[in-house]
Design a binder for this molecule. Sequence first.
Ligand code: UT7
Length: 328
Amino acid sequence: MEKLYARVSAISGYVPEKKLTNADLEKMVDTNDEWIKTRTGIKERRILEDGKATSDLAFPVVIDLCKQKGISPEDIECIIVATTTPDMFFPSTSNLVAYKSGAKNAWTFDLMAACSGFLFALNTGANLIASGRYKKVIVIGADKMSSIVDYTDRNTCVLFGDGAGGVLLEPTTKVTGIVDSILRVDGVGKDFLYMKAGGSQRPSSIETVTNKEHFIFQEGTTVFKYAVKAMADVSYEMMQKHNLQADDVKYLVPHQANLRIIKATADRMGLDMDKVMINIEKYGNTTAATIPLCLWEWKDKLKNGDNLILASFGAGFTWGSIFLKWDL
Ligand code: UT7
């Protein structure tokens, strides 16, 4: 059989209407617009309304992807949802996304790799396509981060927002789409960015709720140091592996956690900032959704054949880069 590649044949995103601005946060915790903008690059984020869940961010993406291609959700064979904020422990969020979008013939699963979730899921989806067994796979990154943010903790509450983005993958025999992936994990990160309770290690109790252990805990400076090095190194490694010079790269598509981490990665790759997709000012860190949301917003500026380097770093630690040749 001829070698198959997975091309991104449609891209979509979804963000809730409601905005939480730096000015709003100034009224909630001891922070200020200047600190948030200079330390992170964020001006506002989107917040999903109470009573709605991650699957409500993700299922409109399935519907829109199918609409763009003139197909029915029933034509989708598999849906992978990367998320750190599932609707429930079980059943999986992807199961609910299939149900809500009418993707009755798809098998589905969730994938957890925190902020690198979309890249890990994209690699997985691409390999399902490359196996020759599936012809229509949807990969989504979706997170309702507001559900695990402590809005009295200024260290974390300014950073995160809610959103979802996703792609439809289809096979091609051209060397295009997801050309290569370098994905890594290191459990050394477990103490620096995590949720203290609610899992099997420390099940929920009155004590864990009282101690606010069901929110994001982050030792920001340590994570920052790892992130700057790992994301820059892995992006540069991908360029070297494929003999790509800065001029050959149309865009860096980085995870949006901190503008300073993004700039360090671009510097290492020798890219000017006008070749970097950045929307952190509007959405903050939407965890698994940042990279597909960027692709969605930039889609009209992309031409077939453009070389994109996707790069991420997140809890775990998890990090990686994907070489995506655009071929919509
Ligand atoms: O997406 C997954 C991976 N996550 C990341 O990549 C995030 C990596 N980390 C970061 O982006 C940065 O570490 C943060 C943006 C989280 C923090 O920036 P920082 O430059 O590392 O600041 P810091 O935590 O060292 O805090 C500096 C000061 C502290 O005050 P003192 O101790 O110097 O008096 C903080 O208490 O800034 C203070 N601070 C704030 N001040 C105003 C912390 N948060 C705030 C705030 N407003 N919201």
